[in-house]
Design a binder for this molecule. Sequence first.
Ligand code: HEC
Length: 159
Amino acid sequence: MAVPWLVWLWAVVSMPGGVAVAPPVVPAPAVTEDSLVARGRRLFDAVCASCHSVEPPARQAPPMANVARRYRALTASRSELVERVAAWVPKPAAERSLLPPPARQHWGLMPALPLAAEDLAALGHFVASLAYDSVAAGMGPGPGMGGGMRMRHRGGSGR
Ligand code: HEC
């Protein structure tokens, strides 16, 4: 029974001299899609951004928004995209790559980055957000890496 537990928690937390006054809505903070994306973004900036920009121009690797659109086009669902990215990062392998072979040859295989499972999931959610939630997400994957980038306000070669 959740209710007596919550009442107990409320009583403890709201005791005079207690540790906190915030109402205990749930015992632990809920993990929402938004909080996962935000965490993934921070990890991306810390771990991935040395090679991957988000939008073109590229650094040492294809810009992540382009990767995200390509992944969206080649996967069945947002959750599959998340899983694919999470599986890729600790174990890149040419046979599991979703990039066109010329792009892979151009960039060379990504080095493996062993990260905790929760971090990998957060990164997956961040990449998914680039394909599903961003303004440019509706532009479609185009014919290759970032083919859709040529449309409208982006300009540039889109690689
Ligand atoms: C040392 C440089 C480097 C770092 C750091 C790096 N990447 Fe990459 N990544 C690459 C290169 C190069 C490619 C393109 C070649 C390939 O696919 O292996 C790539 C490709 C990818 C792809 C597409 C894989 C495919 O071929 O289907 C994903 C997804 C990806 N990176 C995610 C990440 C994430 C998330 C991080 C941070 C945790 C990250 N990368 C960090 C170099 C890097």
